[in-house]
Ligand binder design. Structure first.
Ligand SMILES: [Zn+2]
Ligand SMILES: [Zn+2]
Length: 416
């Protein structure tokens, strides 16, 4: 029997989870501020949902999905990302009919069968948001500003770079793709095998290849940014203007491709140079064709997702320490009949909102104080037989080891 997590999966242990909660709490708070509501979607969908939304020639669909045949013969896939499922839910629940604008956020585990490395797991947590309905560039900028505000709220924005670009739309991208193919074709022999294949299926992905040879050739390739149609150029210009007016610092990186087929117009990435090759901590963009692709009415949309593991790694570097759970008061006891009094005092403290923890099983006072110390308690009550018979209890200030006697009845009401 294997009693380890499968390769690429990991536990988040109690020592680390406070930091996770801090990041999640801030996400919730900021998304709320921007009018987003949480949506909870299943961790799995029919495979078709992902094949149709992500595109059959993407790396994810081609080789990274956890797909299995269900007992009734249907093909099921563990979600490799969140957008497809949110859009599926948007369509299935006719959310477009209820409001012209839907603002949804989600969080949870995603699954991709990739080669694990630092900051990259096969089971990983994402937080993301989707803004469905408007085509207005203000919605792109609003979402991007929200992402930046969130990263600011957890104290990371000064270590991150926001890059934006435009991928054009169905009017200007096909012509651009032709230009790309014409550019790469004479160089086909010098491209890696993957890119040679991409030349026929998805030439944009060549721009994204990590192979040195491909990167050299791609450096001189025509850029989408120089080939936008009038509407796309105007849209991008407006997004920039809004971002500027919101005080969001950004740079333009025409090389952003994103690995998914559904993006149109605005795309963006938030990157760090502190995590090696896993440099993207958040990314997103506009996907005006996806809702229709999944059977809904034509609905423009823009969204983003961020990887929790990378945020946590970066956050540990930026703000080491300070994220353990702390108990305010520990209750120790020694002698006959003191355990019940300890139980009662603990309950009374919690009733007043004081985080309190008691000893179980009554070990020696020395070992109880050791545990109290380890728990991070600021105070420890020590209930002894003699004091208890006089209605008293000892209060020990852990930092100084100073002790005083207080009335046990008044103890829960002390200011800690
Ligand atoms: Zn390549
Ligand atoms: Zn266009």
């Amino acid at each position: 029997m294997e009693t380890r997590t499968p390769r690429g999966f990991h536990d988040v242990l109690p020592d680390e989870v406070r930091r996770w909660q801090f990041i999640e709490d801030n996400a919730r708070r900021i998304f709320d501020l921007y009018g987003f509501s949480e949506i909870r979607i299943p961790v799995l969908e029919f495979t078709e949902v992902f094949a149709r939304s992500l595109g059959t020639t993407t790396d994810i669909v081609e080789k990274e999905m956890y797909t299995f045949t269900d007992r009734d013969g249907s093909s099921i896939t563990l979600r490799p990302e969140g957008t497809a499922g949110v859009v599926r839910a948007f369509v299935e629940n006719s959310m477009h009919a209820k409001s012209p604008v839907s603002k949804l956020w989600y969080s949870g585990m995603m699954f991709r069968h990739e080669r694990p490395q630092k900051g990259r797991y096969r089971g990983f947590y994402q937080i993301g948001a989707e803004l469905l309905g408007p085509e207005d560039p203000a919605s792109d900028a609003d979402l991007i500003a929200m992402v930046w505000k969130f990263l600011e709220s957890i104290g990371l924005s000064d270590r991150l770079t926001l890059e934006i670009s435009s991928l054009g739309d169905q009017r200007c991208r096909p012509q651009y793709k032709e230009k790309l193919v014409a550019y790469f074709k004479p160089e086909a022999d010098r491209l890696c095998p993957d890119c040679r294949r991409r030349l026929g299926t998805n030439p944009l992905r060549i721009l994204d290849c990590k192979e040195e040879g491909c990167r050299k050739i791609a450096a001189g390739a025509p850029k989408m940014m120089d080939n936008l149609c009038g509407e796309c150029a105007a849209h991008f210009g407006a997004v920039r203007e809004y971002l500027g007016s919101a005080g969001v610092p950004y740079t333009i990186n025409p090389k952003i491709v994103r690995g998914l087929d559904y993006y149109t117009r605005t795309v963006f990435e938030v990157t760090t140079n502190e995590l090696g090759s896993q440099n993207a901590v958040a990314a997103g963009g506009r996907y005006d064709g996806l809702v229709e692709e999944l059977g809904g009415p034509g609905t423009p949309a823009v969204g983003f997702a961020t990887g929790m593991e990378r945020l946590v790694l970066l956050h540990e570097k930026a703000h080491p320490g300070g994220f353990r759970r702390e108990i305010k008061v520990f209750i120790a006891y020694v002698g006959e009949g003191t355990e019940t009094a300890a139980f009662r005092l603990t309950a009374a403290l919690r009733e007043r909102g004081v985080p309190a923890e008691m000893e179980y099983g009554g070990k020696s006072l020395k070992s109880q104080l050791k545990r109290a110390d380890k728990s991070g308690a600021v105070y420890t009550f020590i209930i002894g037989e003699d004091e208890l018979s006089r209605g008293k209890v000892k209060l020990r200030r852990m930092e100084t080891s100073s002790e005083e006697e207080v009335d046990i009845e008044a103890a829960p009401a002390l200011s800690f």
